[in-house]
Write a protein that binds this ligand. Structure first.
Ligand code: NAP
Ligand code: MG
Length: 339
């Protein structure tokens, strides 16, 4: 496996290029701001006219243009909109207008890997996929760090697509922590697996089920919240800085013994079998097909699940408790008015 750093990249090769970030959400705002702070002179943000993000991008000092304009003028066009709309966006506004030799960039391999976008032959196609949320891509950059990212070239018309990708990743801050060379397929399948099984799906279900078990047994919701949600962060900080043994060094022997004997009862053979099934649904394209069908009918199940989860008791009690800890929301990574 090859890992590239700032020393392997030459940011100057893109600093004068017209770089447009389509979308100003989680990744979009971070890409635009980091590239600009790294010295890119022509960073634009492309949005729909009626987009609620226009004012955020303008307030942050970016030139906001239409997607049609962006497609015609940009040397590097980063698609930082939700994955589910990129296919349509590409077909309707980008495919026929992109300049020959321009680079189409992705922050995730899904649309290319599953064939939702079939890029024109005369352009470069690369990916810089940060291994972290967009808000963290920005906050780490500001601290002088960076979120490690996966890098890959799908199409190399110009002959220097990989150097352009390295330069882009370096501008994003990824070259400070490492840009790992991969393929669109590997990035996409491992990313979907990680977020479904461990990082998002696995973790939120674990937290919620633990919370519900305690509350149903008659313990106070406040107690259950601290135990099952708040403390996750404290444990994850220890994992993040030094791995699992580092975390186990810090917890009590009682906690560590319980970790060994009970952890395996929660993640058991059944769970592992299910993990394999989820992986094969990802590999076969079934997951993406189902998700795209859900999007075609305007996401009714997705929206219903989102709404239901938002009103769960753990969110209600959590809000009340976090209001008592104002330092948590000071310098919050997510400020929906700005990013
Ligand atoms: P996001 O936050 O959901 O993107 C929202 C932005 O896209 C908003 O500015 C939104 O504008 C704009 N948008 C929506 N529809 C649009 C359209 N039809 N035309 C133009 N702009 C439109 O997206 P994201 O989560 O950052 O994901 C962007 C890409 O990064 C995806 O490929 C994703 O897989 C990848 N990625 C994301 C993360 C992450 O942390 N979220 C991590 C790694 C990779 P409005 O205000 O008009 O809605
Ligand atoms: Mg991910």
């Amino acid at each position: 496996m090859k890992v590239f750093y700032d020393k392997d990249a030459d940011f100057n090769i893109i600093s004068d290029k017209i770089i447009t970030i389509v979308g100003y959400g989680s990744q979009g705002h971070a890409h635009a701001a980091n590239l600009k702070d790294s010295g890119a002179k022509n960073v634009n943000v492309a949005l729909k006219n009626n987009s609620s993000s226009v004012s955020k991008a303008k307030e942050a000092g970016f030139n906001v243009i239409s997607i049609e304009e962006a497609a015609k003028e940009s040397d590097i066009l980063m698609l930082a909109t939700p994955d589910e709309i990129q296919g349509k966006l590409y077909k309707e506004h980008i495919h026929s207008s992109l300049k020959t030799g321009a680079a189409l960039a992705f922050a995730h391999g899904l649309n290319i890997h599953y064939g939702l976008i079939d890029p024109r032959d005369d352009i470069d196609v690369f990916m810089i996929a940060p291994k972290g949320p967009g808000h963290t891509v920005r906050s780490e950059y500001i601290k002088g760090g960076g979120v490690p990212s996966l890098i890959s070239v799908f199409q190399n018309k110009s002959g220097n697509a990989f150097d352009v990708a390295l330069a882009y990743g370096s501008g994003l801050g990824a070259g400070r922590s490492g840009m790992i060379e991969t393929t669109f397929r590997e990035e996409c399948e491992t990313d979907l697996f990680g977020e479904q099984v461990v990082l998002c799906g696995g973790l939120t279900e674990l937290i919620t089920a633990g919370y519900e078990t305690l509350v149903e047994a008659g313990y106070a919701p406040e107690m259950a919240y601290f135990e099952c949600l708040h403390e996750v962060k404290l444990i994850v900080d220890l994992l993040y800085e030094g791995g699992i043994a580092n975390m186990r060094y810090s917890i009590s022997n009682t906690a560590e013994y319980g970790d060994y004997v009970s952890g395996k009862r929660i993640i058991n053979n059944e769970t592992r079998k299910e993990m394999k099934k989820i992986l094969s649904d990802i590999q076969s394209g079934k997951f993406t097909k189902d998700w795209m069908m859900e999007c075609q009918v305007n996401q009714p199940n997705f929206k219903a699940m989102r709404n239901k989860a938002k009103n769960h008791g753990i969110e209600v009690v959590g809000k009340k408790l976090r209001d008592m800890m104002p330092w948590i929301s000071k310098n919050k990574l997510v400020d929906t008015k700005k990013n």
